[in-house]
Design a protein around this ligand. Structure first.
Ligand SMILES: Nc1ncnc2c1ncn2[C@@H]1O[C@H](COP(=O)(O)OP(=O)(O)O)[C@@H](O)[C@H]1O
Ligand SMILES: [Mg+2]
Length: 243
């Protein structure tokens, strides 16, 4: 996050990300799609961001409908609805390479021990594990976790979420089968209400109706079972490579 962005709340950040002039500065080399490092400027505010144009998306056999960008923005909307702030502000907008997802760049804590964090009981990471179960994240690698100097953990790269079949694939299985904390149950109950209302409507513009219905069902199931999911059969439960 740039210095200016610390003073801005999520609505202002979204506004700058959506309305600002976007200039591409470079390409992220370890990315699997056209994933660009960019700057958005609006008046006195400049923010660094990741711009993922839809035109640069590689087709995926197991995600034939919709776009990676739509799922990135959908994941952000779910994160916002939970109030957990697990996904950096992400918007859909036009850009030099056409419409795409634009996400605030997060400066990570370079000294953070990612391996230790990965296996820890960090409450933010636990919330991220619940979030992944909700959005059915098929690719939660270690490199998609961004620890900030302030001790917060963001998750990125949500292009392969929201499948209708179970596809949870993650490095965060340390809570599998254990009881969901009460605060997570409260948040999921509120999310269920949101999904039946405005959030559901917004998601239907980004995902297929079946994907939104499946998201509601996953929340219902988490509430009914009251436990973190366990690895399923017939689908590799851990991403490879894990980072
Ligand atoms: N919002 C962000 N802030 C900081 N770093 C990011 C952000 N988004 C992605 N990255 C970094 O760039 C890498 C590639 O981005 P990713 O979203 O995984 O692209 P792709 O969809 O092409 O795989 C990530 O692993 C992460 O290190
Ligand atoms: Mg990636």
């Amino acid at each position: 996050m740039t210095e200016q962005s610390f003073e801005l709340g999520a609505p202002e950040l979204r506004e700058v990300l959506t309305e600002g002039d976007l200039t591409i500065e470079g390409r992220l080399i370890d990315a699997s799609n056209t994933t660009l490092y960019a700057v958005v400027t609006r008046g006195p505010v400049s923010l660094t961001c990741v711009y993922k144009p839809i035109a640069g998306e590689r087709p995926l056999w197991d995600f034939p409908d919709g776009t990676l960008a739509g799922r990135e923005v959908g994941a952000y909307l779910v994160s916002e609805a939970t109030g957990w702030d697990v996904v950096p502000p992400t918007v859909m907008r036009d850009g030099p390479l056409g419409p795409g997802a634009c996400q605030l760049w997060i400066e990570i804590d370079e000294d953070a021990d990612l391996l230790a964090l990965l296996h820890s009981d960090h409450p933010g990471l636990r919330r991220l594990a619940v979030f992944d179960a909700v959005v059915n994240n098929a690719d939660r690698k270690g490199g998609h976790l961004l620890p900030t100097p302030g001790g917060h953990v963001y998750g990125v790269d949500h292009g392969v979420c929201f499948a209708t079949e179970e596809k949870l694939r993650t490095v965060l299985w340390q809570w599998r089968g254990t009881l969901l904390p009460d605060d997570a149950l409260d948040t999921l109950a509120a999310l269920r209400v949101d999904l039946a209302g405005d959030l559901g409507v917004q998601l239907c513009e980004l995902l297929t109706t079946r994907e939104v219905t499946a998201t509601r069902r996953r929340v219902d199931r988490l509430l009914r079972e009251g436990r973190f999911p366990e690895p399923g059969d017939g689908w590799p439960a851990v991403p490879w490579p894990p980072f």
